[in-house]
Design a protein around this ligand. Structure first.
Ligand code: COA
Length: 532
């Protein structure tokens, strides 16, 4: 009875145009993601192989259970920066010995696997995900430590890496380090802070200071093996719990360690669920190339949730925000999806009520973004749009059920916040290639700047140069447009990845399964004062 009907016509010209626009964006995305896969480039990859070592993704593949998926996180980290795309590290969620684990792995082909400011941000985000969802973590270590030229950006904040590991351990979340190579100085504390440590014989080098530094500091002559070799740590210092013959053996041992964790998720896995009634392939044709054209988010919901079954809440009220109950891979979810773009007072109040209900019922929330923000204008200000928007932001901030956010289209202004943007701690946040996020749309922002400049000139009594204004507007528009794009935002770690719309159901399913490792408990009260 609550199965959604679809008005999408895959034979229409509109659909074809939307699909073409989305496929073009996906092709661009593929090109950029391929850069992360290249690691440090052919020369360094070849050298690494000649040394008889496995590449970072090969290590991960051997660690995971065969034929299980790996949800890679932040693959575009550092995009648009001076550092290589991917930030010399791979992070993600995968299944090891039947246990969903968080994995971080240095890419030693990128500047010796050294950590730059983006590596740090990527590692921190991975830790945050691991901790919030109580995922055991496995760290595949081979790194030249801090990227020395950028040490000022990383030395002081970077210390939190070790704090995160020990706090996870203190919270009863297991941590495992597998050391394949260099793990110097700060890096030595990764195995130092982990619950379980495996080192590869003849390869792992774990010391606070290498032989040259020791000679400088104390005059003592030493060598790598006696200072920090795997044999020494396994037989003498006791830092290594397990000595591995080679890389493959180390990964086997890591799987064995995980199989002995006696790890139990807080919630059992649900029964297999029905697929959506409509083909997810059609998600390519939903979002218009021009985001000013609205689209019905029910077309998305119908291709993401189990059996396309969506039980809408308050369908006649605040119709610019669609809210309702569904299941996704058997997990119950409450969905909030923007319809016409703008959030008015009614939509904000409806959202606040819906979020409270989900908390009472312990149901995770899924936010599907396509909003230009809260409505402005005299009528709306007088109608209390600020306090109603605040109500929604209050509800989303103090909600305790896990939140998932997907940026499908626009995500502008405080609407981004109310819909659980990055600063509101969604457990996971992904963007479609069609997404755009900024304080406001590029044209609006350039227009506002121009009006402000014109008024300022008038106040000073100076003439206003209209030609310069037009040029400035064009420049600002272009700048804001490029800064609003998902690759740019993903590069800055403002999402956990840009995803193919067709993968949305699978990815959200992996997230929902992972987050049910931790207890899902909503807030019973504990909201801020709702301004009425
Ligand atoms: N910061 C910045 N760049 C680094 C780096 C670091 N910590 N470690 C390595 N690199 C760079 C190298 O300069 C080299 O660049 P190039 O190819 O443009 O010349 C590239 O990464 C590869 O390094 P290389 O030494 O050729 O690789 P390797 O695999 O033979 O050795 C290490 C890797 C990590 C063992 C070695 O580079 C090393 O000892 N680095 C310094 C480690 C250190 O003391 N870090 C400080 C910790 S706080």
């Amino acid at each position: 009875m609550t199965v959604l009907a679809s008005a999408l016509d895959p034979a229409s010209a509109e659909y074809a145009a939307h699909r073409d626009a989305m496929l073009a964006k996906l092709a661009e995305l593929d090109t950029e993601q391929a850069k992360a896969l290249e690691g440090g480039g052919a020369k360094y990859v070849e050298r690494h192989r000649k040394r008889g070592k496995l590449l970072v993704r090969e290590r991960i593949e051997l660690l995971l259970d065969p034929d299980t998926p790996f949800l890679e996180l932040s693959p575009l980290a550092a995009w648009g920066s001076e550092y290589p795309v991917g930030a010399s590290m791979v992070t993600g969620i995968g299944v090891v010995a039947g246990v969903e684990c968080l994995i971080t792995a240095n890419d030693p082909t990128v500047r010796g696997g050294a950590s730059n400011p983006w590596t740090l941000k990527k590692a921190f985000r991975a830790h945050e995900i691991g901790h919030a969802n109580r995922l055991p973590s496995i760290h595949l270590v081979e790194s030249g430590g801090a990227d020395l030229p950028s040490q000022k950006e990383i030395f002081i904040p970077g210390g939190a890496l070790f704090k995160h590991l020990t706090r996870s351990s203190a919270a009863g979340i297991p941590t495992v380090a597998v050391v394949f190579g260099n793990s110097t100085a700060g890096g030595a504390y990764v195995p130092g802070m982990c619950d379980h440590v495996i080192m590869v014989k003849g390869r792992a080098k774990v010391f606070l200071g290498g032989p040259p530094l020791v000679r400088m500091a104390t005059g003592e002559e030493s060598d790598d093996e006696s200072l920090g070799g795997a044999e020494m740590h396994a037989r003498t210092s006791g830092l290594a719990d397990h000595l591995a013959e080679d890389e493959r053996d180390a990964l086997r041992q890591a799987r064995r360690v995980v199989s002995r964790l006696n790890w139990r998720k807080a919630h059992p896995d649900p029964a297999p669920a029905d697929e959506p009634k409509y083909d997810p392939e059609e998600l390519l044709g939903v979002v218009p190339g021009d985001l000013r054209t609205p689209f019905d988010p029910r077309e998305v919901i119908a291709r993401v949730v189990d059996a396309s079954d969506f039980d809408e809440f308050k369908p006649l009220y605040g119709t610019s925000l669609v809210t309702g109950w569904a299941a996704l891979h058997g997990y119950p979810v409450g969905v909030l999806a923007n319809a016409q773009g703008v959030l008015f007072s009614a939509e904000s109040q409806k959202a606040a009520q819906f979020i409270q209900l989900a908390n009472q019922r312990d149901i995770p929330l899924l936010f599907l973004h396509n909003t230009t923000g809260y409505m402005v204008g005299k009528e709306y200000e007088q109608g209390g749009i600020i306090k109603h928007g605040a109500m929604m932001i209050n509800a989303v901030s103090n909600s305790r059920v896990p939140h998932l956010s997907v940026l499908m289209g626009a995500s502008y202004g405080a609407g981004h916040y109310g819909m659980c943007g990055r600063a509101y701690d969604p457990r996971f946040l992904f963007a479609w290639p069609s997404a755009k996020s900024a304080v406001m749309g590029p044209q609006q922002l350039a227009g506002v700047l121009s009006i402000v400049a014109r008024q300022s000139a008038a106040a000073k009594g100076t003439p206003y140069d209209d030609d310069a204004d037009a040029a400035l507007r064009a420049m600002v528009e272009q700048q804001i447009e490029s800064e609003s794009l998902p690759m740019f935002l993903s590069g800055r770690l403002y999402d956990d990845g840009v995803i193919d719309p067709r993968d949305t159901r699978t990815i959200l399913g992996i997230c929902l399964s992972a987050l049910h490792t931790a207890p899902v408990e909503g807030a019973r009260g504990g909201f801020g004062v709702f301004r009425m």
